[in-house]
Design a protein around this ligand. Structure first.
Ligand code: ATP
Ligand code: PAF
Ligand code: BAL
Length: 285
């Protein structure tokens, strides 16, 4: 039996009216911010939100301010109707697809910028990206008034940024991280995977396999710099053109680490077939 897609809301006034009604009824509201082109990774966040909250709002907004490359913005998939259909079986209460002026009205002049966790990694190669993410996420939190929001660990640096942002700005929302959903061969789901050629798609799982191998060696006590060198070589030997970064950072705060003395995260960005893929793995002490 087919289920009707959830209602689509396009204005902040409608969103506020809805969430105010739910809050008056004592209901807890879960938020899942996305840029659409939904896949099983997004849907796992939706399922987690459904389990944790009485009402769930999914947002779909391709945020121009977080694209440092205008071509990447123009190319980004926009698939609203099929996204709404995918959400139907999850009992989502509303999909917020704001018109651009609902997020950035004429004269908009504010940027939210989070220091520390945004330094290096993706922050180094995507200038302005994290300011764009912080600004839009702050707006989505304040517009919705949600009680809990879900973000994937696939974008681990983004997750740390959002946690810091909510804490620093006293936004009364719980930020929940959710494990990365992977294909059977280990590749992290991402809307960018669709841009890979068939042969590149076959090579792609080597990235996660290399992270798993590196995490095992670091845990076993091998020296971190040597493991990172070997792992970067392993990734390029598998067919990736370039490793943009491969770093061990502290799991909280993302401080650079050269030995495993606290919970850590090994994070990577690498280019395959002209597509930039990111991934990361937990490395316990
Ligand atoms: N494989 C995944 N597992 C869990 N969460 C994911 C996964 N992929 C994306 N997410 C999460 O979904 C939310 C929306 O991400 P987004 O719409 O950017 O999807 P995406 O597939 O990462 O797209 P892209 O990387 O191409 O920009 C983010 O919180 C992101 O971390
Ligand atoms: C959090 C987010 C929806 C903000 O635009 C985006 O960066 C994403 O999809 O991860
Ligand atoms: N998943 C993070 C959004 C972006 O790559 O712009």
């Amino acid at each position: 039996m087919s289920v009707a897609p959830p209602p689509i809301i396009r204005s902040v006034a409608e969103l506020r009216a809805l969430t105010a009604t739910w809050h008056r009824a004592g209901e807890r509201i879960g938020l899942v911010p996305t840029m659409g082109a939904l896949h099983a990774g997004h849907l796992s966040l939706v399922a987690a939100a459904k389990a944790a909250a009485d009402r769930v709002v999914v947002t779909i907004f391709v945020n121009p301010r977080q694209f440092n490359d205008p071509e990447d913005y123009a190319r980004y998939p926009r698939t609203e109707a099929s996204d709404a259909e995918k959400l139907a079986p999850f009992g989502v209460d509303a999909v917020y697809v704001p018109a651009p002026d609902q997020v950035y009205p004429d004269g908009f002049a504010t940027t939210v910028s989070v220091a520390g966790v945004t330094e290096g990694l993706c922050g180094a190669s995507r200038p302005g990206h994290f300011d764009g993410v912080a600004t839009v996420v702050a707006k989505l939190f304040l517009q919705s008034g949600a009680d809990i929001a879900f973000f994937g660990e696939k974008d681990y640096q983004q997750l740390q940024l959002v946690k810091r942002l909510a804490r620093d700005l006293d936004i009364p929302i719980e930020v929940a991280g959710h494990p990365t959903v992977r294909e059977a061969d280990g590749l992290a789901l991402s809307s960018r995977n669709a841009q890979l050629s068939t042969s590149a798609r076959q090579m792609a799982p080597a990235l996660y396999a290399a992270l798993v191998g590196a995490a095992g060696r670091i845990r076993a006590g091998d020296a971190v710099p040597g493991v990172l060198d070997d792992t970067a070589r392993r990734i390029t030997a598998a067919g990736y053109q370039r490793v943009e970064y491969l770093e061990l950072r502290s799991a909280q705060g993302l401080h650079p680490m050269i030995r495993l003395d606290q919970p850590a995260r090994l994070l990577v960005a690498a280019w395959l077939d002209g597509v930039r893929l990111i991934d990361n793995i937990a490395v316990g002490p």
